[in-house]
Design a protein around this ligand. Structure first.
Ligand code: C2E
Ligand code: MG
Ligand code: MG
Ligand code: MG
Length: 287
């Protein structure tokens, strides 16, 4: 009994030491361990066609799931991951999760697409295209089901960005500029990139119907996107009024809590099947 207790106590002490040392690690050290232990999970937020209310796909959004089960928001670790180079293995884990979790659904419904967020580092030298092509191709995704999202910051090196985007489109992927309007991009900058779509940042959607200076900006962004023949996806739609405004102004797609929050893969698969059934039976969600 004494021996058994002794070894039990040893295990407890070791566990405590590991816990303490993990606590004392720098944030970067912790993130590196999370990468090694593959602690990243992906949630999927439905992307909705405004005119029909139909789910046309999802954006993949990473979360860090700590050993105690808590989820850490990407805003809290993506910047550090980008600075440190850890973003690449994280992106790889996201892509692996998408392939594993959504492969069957995407082989069944060829019209669905998945949007993946990329950092500047991912976009450099086309590395991202090899990874996506290889890992998602193995799971039966067609290239035209894959959308790449990059922020203005991620596309800062304009020559590099132009090359990668052009190559992506040659392979059949679509490319969207994310968080549009929050960076420094000018019309000229936008014009010089061979993009497919523009995502309007939530801050502009928030301003809809609020009689502020910002509320006029969204109409200009929409006009600009249209004049460049870009598809438009509005982010962060939380109210029916916002959805109606966007539909009235000719925006095709949106995401937001008014429709659905990001959710684990199993819930997203249910969501899609329900959405498609409802569509087939003629019920439209917003009208
Ligand atoms: P994002 O790409 O602009 O993603 C949209 C963010 O808005 C998501 O936050 C989403 O959960 C949130 N959102 C969507 N609809 C609503 C709404 O109606 N109301 C509110 N309040 N929020 C809404 P999330 O998931 O926390 O992600 C934050 C950012 O982290 C993303 O912004 C993206 O820039 C980055 N990120 C997420 N996943 C990845 C990834 O796999 N790789 C990289 N490089 N960045 C990622
Ligand atoms: Mg995004
Ligand atoms: Mg965004
Ligand atoms: Mg954002």
């Amino acid at each position: 009994l004494f021996l058994a207790f002794g070894s039990f106590a040893t295990i407890v002490i070791i566990a405590l030491v590991i816990r303490m040392s993990r606590k004392r690690l720098s944030p970067l050290g912790e993130l590196a361990i999370a990468v090694r232990k593959r602690e990243f999970v992906v949630h999927y937020q439905p992307i909705i066609e405004l005119s029909s209310g139909l789910c046309v796909g999802a954006e993949a959004l990473v979360r860090w799931q700590r050993p105690d089960g808590t989820l850490v928001r990407p805003d809290l670790f993506i910047p550090l991951a980008e600075q440190s180079g850890l973003i690449r293995p994280i992106t790889d884990q996201v892509i692996d999760a998408i392939g594993r979790e959504l492969g069957p659904l995407f082989r069944k419904h060829r019209s669905l697409h998945v949007a993946i967020n990329f950092a500047a580092d991912d976009f450099k030298t086309g590395r991202v295209l090899e990874t996506v092509g290889h890992r998602l191709g193995n799971h039966g995704f067609a290239n035209d089901q894959i959308w790449l999202e990059a922020t203005e910051r991620g596309l800062m090196d304009i020559d590099e960005a132009r090359k990668t985007i052009a190559e992506a489109r040659t392979r059949g992927y679509s490319v969207a500029i994310d968080d549009f309007g929050t960076g420094y991009s000018s019309l000229q900058y936008l014009q010089s990139l061979p993009l497919d779509a523009l995502k309007i940042d939530k801050s502009f959607v928030d301003a809809i119907n609020r009689q502020t200076a910002t509320s006029a900006v969204i109409a200009h962004i929409i006009e600009m996107a249209k004049s460049l023949s870009l598809s438009i996806i509005a982010e962060g739609v939380e109210t029916r009024e916002q959805a109606e405004y966007l539909l009235d102004h000719g925006v095709e797609f949106c995401q937001g809590w008014f429709y659905a929050k990001p959710m684990p893969a199993a819930d997203f698969i249910d969501y899609v099947e329900t959405s498609l059934q409802r569509h087939d039976s003629g019920v439209v969600m917003l009208s």
